[in-house]
Design a protein around this ligand. Structure first.
Ligand code: FCB
Length: 472
């Protein structure tokens, strides 16, 4: 079948066209108006934790430039904006509510509504108050109850205007990668704490979802980063087993408690040595499986998985972050890497739009009670250059965007219930442990002047959106 052209495809009525960001990556003002350290502020002070010693202190100064940034979204024609609220701003030190912090989000929501843009709010995009980390962070079950209190404070302030509530962004990263691989804040390498974090984040999701529902939130969901785990050699049982383990811990350990109120049996077996089941108390799974109105899917690339050690002389392109000794995959000895016949982005991630199509189609087929799907993140980092005309002609990002939108269209044609797409990211920003060098924005940010310049990818996205808007 010829690829569907995102510019001419008949997108379903009401399809949401969005862009996504996260508080710690864009806001800056890290210690202003009462905000205190999040784990990312603290982690950035650990020598060597973040590339070039970059910090989220100033980021792209969105805290001070918010009205201009919303104006830019409006000019691009976005119908929704996915952002996160910062727990450490709303409840610094997880103590009392900080009105100045809430006021910022309240103004943001007003600006968005005024501009005709649907606010798509995420409560947790990785930035736990450092004060809670000092009490063992997500390894402490009590943090789940603290999260519910924080959710309640945000709902009190914004529930009259925000309809779409996402509890967590990519809990896999904020549990396993932060607490076992140690590559993200808080930088711990403790497999049992990582599994505790995983379960406690699920619990926190369920507790908050219940509370939000009771208070009258209209749409409640969660965003997961899901992958297609493919055996490097499909005929090799060692690679097949490695792919199964990755699928269990990366996808099903998240999907199944949420959708089926149970952890997968093979995952429980894989993590038995860490006494995972002792963490799960009676009633937890019922809480976790609170009804979902949507599932957010973040997808950047598939994972090619092998259970064999990397052969000596393996060519570059293998993800440096996946080494069996600091593996997020708790006790597993396998590696994932890009397919070698595919191009890669500046992150070293393979470019494989068909993986997005496959994933979206699979999700509805494998889980009959799957709620509507939204692609809440997809995008690419490239080594952008500013041309003599002052513009960024990011042809690779344009091609990535078009190909992935085409894959979404194909998934819809195959029956996937996809209701929206949020490109990552609106602006170049603080890319976690990689600092500011990896640029994912469709809008360039000059980090010296904070000037924003839409790249060609922003203009192309705007054209695609504009056509749809003009017709609906
Ligand atoms: C995702 C994160 C997001 C961004 C992209 C590139 O895992 O949710 O904040 O860093 O990756």
């Amino acid at each position: 079948m010829a690829a569907l052209d995102p510019n001419t495809y008949e997108w379903p009525e009401g399809f949401l066209w969005g862009s996504a960001t996260a508080a710690a990556q864009i806001e800056g003002a890290a210690h202003e108006d009462g905000k205190e350290d999040s784990i990312w502020d603290a982690y950035a002070r650990v020598p060597g934790a973040i590339a070039k010693g970059h910090t989220p202190e100033v980021a792209v100064d969105h805290y001070h430039r918010m009205p201009d940034d919303v104006r830019l979204m409006k000019e691009l024609g976005l119908s929704s904006y996915r952002f996160s609220t910062s727990w450490a701003r709303v409840k610094p030190g997880d103590r009392e509510v900080n009105q100045a912090g809430l006021d910022f989000y309240s103004r943001l929501v007003d600006e968005l509504l005024e501009a005709g843009i649907l606010p798509w709010l995420t409560l947790y995009h990785w930035d736990l108050p450092q004060a809670l980390e000092e009490r063992d962070g997500w390894a402490n079950r009590d943090t789940a109850y603290r999260f519910r209190d924080y959710a309640s404070a945000v709902y009190d302030a914004l529930g009259d205007r925000v309809t779409h509530w996402t509890t967590f962004n990519e809990p896999l990263c904020s549990s396993l990668i932060g607490y076992a691989a140690g590559e993200h804040a808080p930088g711990r390498q403790e497999p049992r704490a990582a599994l505790a974090a995983l379960h406690h984040q699920h619990l926190a999701h369920g507790l908050a979802a219940d509370l939000l529902r009771e208070r009258g939130a209209q749409r409640i969901g969660i965003t997961l980063n899901l992958t297609n785990a493919l055996p490097n050699d499909p005929a090799d049982p060692v690679d097949q087993e490695a792919a199964r383990r990755l699928d269990a811990i990366w996808n099903r350990a998240f999907l199944e408690p949420l959708l089926l109120a149970a952890y997968p049996a093979d995952f429980l077996e894989d993590v038995r040595a860490h006494d995972f089941e002792a963490l799960v108390q009676p009633g937890d799974l019922e809480t976790i499986a609170a009804p979902l109105d949507f599932l957010g899917v973040n997808h950047y690339h598939d994972d090619n998985v092998s259970g064999h050690p990397l052969p000596p002389g393996t060519p570059p392109g293998v993800r440096p972050d996946v080494n069996p000794t600091s593996s997020p995959f708790v006790g597993s000895e396998y590696i994932t890497f890009p397919r070698r016949d595919l191009p890669v982005t500046a992150m070293g991630w393979e470019v494989n739009p068909d993986g997005l199509r496959t994933l979206l189609v699979r999700l509805g087929r494998e889980y009959p009670n799957m709620p509507p799907l939204y692609v809440t993140e997809n995008g690419s980092a490239y080594e952008d250059e500013v041309g003599e005309d002052g513009r960024v002609h990011d042809a690779e990002r344009v091609a990535y965007l078009r190909a992935h939108l085409s894959a979404v269209a194909e998934a819809i044609e195959e029956g996937a219930d996809v209701r929206g797409y949020f490109v990552w990211s609106l602006l170049d920003n603080f890319e976690w442990a990689w600092g500011y060098d990896k640029r994912f924005g469709i809008v360039r940010v000059d980090y010296d002047t904070q000037v924003r310049t839409p790249k060609d990818s922003a203009l192309e996205y705007s054209r695609i959106i504009g056509r749809v808007r003009a017709e609906t």
